[in-house]
Design a protein around this ligand. Structure first.
Ligand code: F6P
Length: 367
């Protein structure tokens, strides 16, 4: 195998706190191996669509360039969740847009720029693309990023801890206003089709009801819980709704279906709030935490696993590995095949300890 001289880093999909810490660890560890490290702007767009980047679509990630970024939210490279090269929205002769697989073209650009290996930092979408590249011969290591924590093969993805910590702080703040006004506060949190953020936030913030995508909900147990609370003299209640929660026999609340990208979820909390207000006649408000959960500085936990993941990704390349993802298997970081990590979504197991804890604490899960 040719020795590595130049590697590229790409951040794809929704951003997550800890991205910059991974970039810093990769850049410094690569430098210490004597490798050049470059960052691709906005997923692969900086490499694939150079005409859109008059200042250059690639950034030299020297140790100087990555100084002081560990604690910063977002990604210095930029990201996109619309640039999937396997389903690239491409104009057709009739003027319409169609999803076209353009990975061979993109792989050609990697060769033109003498990029020997790629570290792809992303969620299931980005890592599926990374796996496709690896199968076509590019040396690739994946790093698991997503606030949703829905990637298989790793106990935790970076960004999740920051999202849950902030969501919990928000709910803590809602308790007092809910109590003052005697209201039901419904809080919608991100997480796509997995309920990790909702479950961990709901239990940590002593919420009364938690609705998850994994448990299609009935309104009756939810209303019964709220009525019992009111009967016990409690003036208010907190209901956490995952954006992917759906009523039994119903569908997800979808805002938009997009070409070349995943559907956008939203509205699940508003739907539940409306049902509660109509059924109980109690004043109800809904709050969508949404993208607030993706912003801000990573927690210490996220910083540390991000730095560990970045260093382990470079270590894996130095060991001659490819087609794998670095993964947290406490207390160590290990490698799992990208194919396994992307073969299924990691949803909340219904018999997991946190679900059992929720039930034992009397939290209603809508079933
Ligand atoms: O995957 C991360 C995530 O934050 C999901 O929880 C959410 O559904 C989605 O991204 C929102 O993405 P967008 O950036 O398109 O609004």
């Amino acid at each position: 195998m040719e020795p590595i001289r130049r590697i590229a880093v790409s951040t794809g999909g929704g951003d997550a706190p800890g991205l910059n810490a991974v970039i810093r660890a990769v850049a410094i560890a690569a430098f210490r191996h004597g490798w050049e490290c470059i960052g691709i702007r906005d997923g692969y767009n900086g490499l694939f669509l150079p005409e859109q980047y008059p200042q250059g679509g690639l950034i030299a990630l020297t140790p100087d360039r990555v100084r002081g970024i560990t604690h910063l939210g977002g990604t210095i490279l930029g990201t996109t969740n619309r640039g999937n090269p396997m389903k690239f929205p491409t104009p057709q002769p009739d003027g319409s847009l169609a999803e076209v697989d353009r990975t061979d073209e993109l792989l050609g650009r990697f060769r033109e720029h003498h990029i020997d290996a790629l570290i792809s930092i992303g969620g299931d979408g980005s890592l599926t693309i990374a796996n496709h590249f690896a199968q076509k011969g590019l040396r690739v290591i994946g790093v698991p990023k997503t606030i949703d924590n829905d990637l298989a093969g790793t106990v935790i993805t970076f960004g999740f801890d920051t999202a849950v910590s902030f969501a919990t702080e928000c709910v803590d703040r809602l308790h007092s206003t809910a109590e003052s006004h005697g209201r039901v506060m419904v809080v919608e949190v991100m997480g796509r089709y997995a309920g990790w953020i909702a479950l961990n936030t709901g239990v940590s913030s002593s919420s009364d009801v938690i609705l998850l995508p994994e448990i299609p909900y009935q309104m009756e147990p939810v209303l019964a819980t709220l009525r019992a609370r009111a009967a016990a003299g409690k003036r208010y209640a907190i209901v956490i709704v995952a954006e992917g929660a759906k009523p039994a026999g119903g569908g997800h609340a979808v805002i938009e279906k997009r070409l070349g990208a995943a559907e956008r979820l939203g509205g699940a909390g508003e739907r539940v709030a409306k049902d509660i207000a109509e059924a109980l006649g109690q004043e109800t408000r809904h709050v969508v935490l949404g993208h607030l959960l993706r912003g801000g500085s990573p927690t210490t936990f996220d910083r540390l696993i991000s730095l560990r993941f970045g260093a382990a990704a470079v270590r894996a390349l130095a060991e001659g590995q490819s087609g794998i993802m670095v993964a947290l298997d406490p207390p160590t970081v290990r490698y799992v095949p990208l194919a396994d990590a992307t073969s299924r979504m990691k949803t909340v197991p219904l018999d997991c300890d946190t679900i059992r804890t929720a039930r034992e604490l009397g939290i209603c899960l809508g079933d």
